[in-house]
Design a protein around this ligand. Structure first.
Ligand code: C2E
Ligand code: MG
Ligand code: MG
Ligand code: MG
Length: 293
């Protein structure tokens, strides 16, 4: 009877597999239409400079208004973009939209801001990100210093000639480089010497319990100190409450980002976004204490 059982198990397994393959194929087809049907949207999350307590930059985060499933986050479809070979097209769209929106925002506010765009490791290593960046800067007229690329550590796992050349070219253009999710990848620290980055973002897994977990606190303090010794600015990501924010402020983090200072939001909302009272209170508390008030 165990044979029957096994057979049934196998059949069940192949049904699941077939469903998954079918779903993946469907997703690929739908993704191809997503660009032409304008189903993608960029959400923007503010990045706040600690010194000025002002929003100085924004991160572009991709959303997909799926015709049947509603709004999807990158975790739901980024892999399908990658395996479907659509990453170059999608990144080009993201770059263009982000630079266009930033131009508009700067015109309206009369302030200089930057936007950062996430680049997938595969695309950076295999694709021609440099020419995409050049062409978007040309067509939008955005100052190169107003654009940042966010790269995760695995981008630097193989630090071969094409990667090194692309990094240098981006830096020569004047576009900023930011190392995203710092500490969460499997890369060695060796690449920190070689990557011409201007900022690193401490992964939010360290920030989550930074107030209660002494190891997370030690790592976060250590990373900030290390980064400053290397002349890198530090962004703390995933800041959800005033205690986490106060910790980062006390430990000289340069920039903060998270649901507390501002969640990712549509462009229309970003234009009128103000820092919450709770965020302001945490700033006032820490700054007040430091200046002895
Ligand atoms: P990431 O670049 O590390 O982006 C930060 C993620 O953390 C975002 O998720 C954001 O919504 C979320 N987040 C921000 N603040 C908080 C917080 O306080 N608490 C918590 N729990 N989460 C917070 P999202 O938008 O789902 O994006 C996930 C990842 O997808 C991004 O991680 C990035 O690696 C990738 N991604 C997003 N947009 C693009 C894109 O246009 N191109 C590429 N290649 N990747 C993208
Ligand atoms: Mg990012
Ligand atoms: Mg990140
Ligand atoms: Mg992340």
């Amino acid at each position: 009877n165990s044979k029957q059982c096994g057979g049934g198990g196998y059949r069940w397994y192949s049904i699941l597999l077939a469903e998954e393959v079918e779903w993946t194929l469907k997703l690929h087809n739908q993704l191809q239409h997503a660009l032409s049907e304008q189903q993608f949207e960029l959400y923007y999350q503010p990045v706040v400079e600690v010194r000025s307590q002002e929003i100085v930059g924004i991160e572009a985060l991709l959303r997909w208004h799926h015709p049947e499933q509603g709004m999807l986050s990158p975790a739901d479809f980024l892999q399908a973009i990658e395996t479907g070979g659509l990453m170059v097209e999608v990144t080009d769209w993201v770059l263009r939209q982000a630079c266009t929106d930033l131009n508009r925002l700067m015109e309206e506010t009369g302030r200089i801001l930057w936007v950062s765009v996430n680049i997938s490791p595969n695309h950076f290593v295999r694709g021609d990100v440099v020419s995409s960046v050049k062409s978007v800067l040309e067509s939008t007229g955005l100052e190169p210093a107003c654009l940042n690329l966010e790269l995760v550590e695995s981008t630097f796992l193989s630090f071969d000639e094409p990667v090194r050349r692309a990094l240098d070219e981006i830096r020569t253009l004047g576009v900023g480089l930011m190392i995203d999710d710092f500490g969460a990848g499997f890369s060695s620290l060796n690449y920190l010497k070689k990557v011409p980055a201007s900022r690193i973002k401490i992964d939010r897994s360290f920030i989550r319990d930074v107030v209660s977990d002494s190891a997370d606190a030690a790592i976060t303090r250590g990373v900030i100190a290390l980064a400053h010794k290397l002349n890198l600015q530090v962004v703390g990501e995933g800041v959800e409450d005033r205690y986490q924010l106060a910790f980062l402020l006390r430990n000289h983090c340069d920039l903060v980002q998270g649901f507390l200072p501002g969640p990712p939001m549509p462009f229309e909302q970003l234009r009128t976004h103000e820092l919450s009272a709770e965020t302001r209170a945490a700033f006032a508390e820490v700054h007040g204490r430091e200046s002895g008030n």
